[in-house]
Design a protein around this ligand. Structure first.
Ligand code: FES
Length: 162
């Protein structure tokens, strides 16, 4: 992938919100991810060239931020909060239901490529624990039964791109 003129216009707009290229790195990579579903080696290299930074610096950032994906993910990415409030309010039951229904563990993608399951730290929604996020949508006070409804509602719809 190489950035088109249209891509560069969009990237320039993102870049303009930051005082330097390094500060813009994560936002640029998030845009690449929204556009392509994940950050391939080639697009990481393109982003580094666009920003005028070493690719190794972006690689380090992408590794640090677990919401930047360096390999293809499912159509829906489920991020399950495993921080303290959610632990205390039923995280384990929610996690177990997800694993059981999807047949995958954390860091894995379902065979039909519909879902990727990831653990995340506090989503800032502790008052509504346990909580999880599917793509960019936050779900409050999730129960094991609620997991079934969420999967049913999102399966085959929308996705994490765009
Ligand atoms: S601990 Fe789960 S949202 Fe804060």
């Amino acid at each position: 992938m190489s950035f088109s003129a249209e891509d560069k216009t969009r990237l320039d707009e993102i870049r303009s919100h930051y005082h330097d290229a390094r500060a813009a790195s994560v936002s640029v990579m998030r845009w690449v991810q929204r556009t392509n579903g994940y950050i391939s080696d080639e697009s990481l290299q393109d982003a580094a060239e666009y920003l005028g930074l070493p690719a190794a610096d972006l690689e380090g950032l992408a590794t640090f931020y677990n919401l930047l994906f360096r390999k293809p993910v499912g159509n829906h990415v489920i991020k399950v909060c495993d921080s303290v409030s959610c632990w205390m309010c039923g995280y384990e039951r929610v996690r177990d239901r997800l694993r059981e229904r999807l047949g995958i563990g954390f860091g894995e993608t379902s065979e039909d490529r519909e879902f990727t399951l990831l653990p995340v730290v506090c989503l800032g929604n502790c008052d509504n624990a346990p909580t999880l996020m599917v793509n960019d949508h936050l779900y409050d006070r999730v129960t094991p039964e609620g997991v079934d409804s969420i999967l049913e509602a999102v399966r085959g719809h929308g996705g994490n791109r765009g």
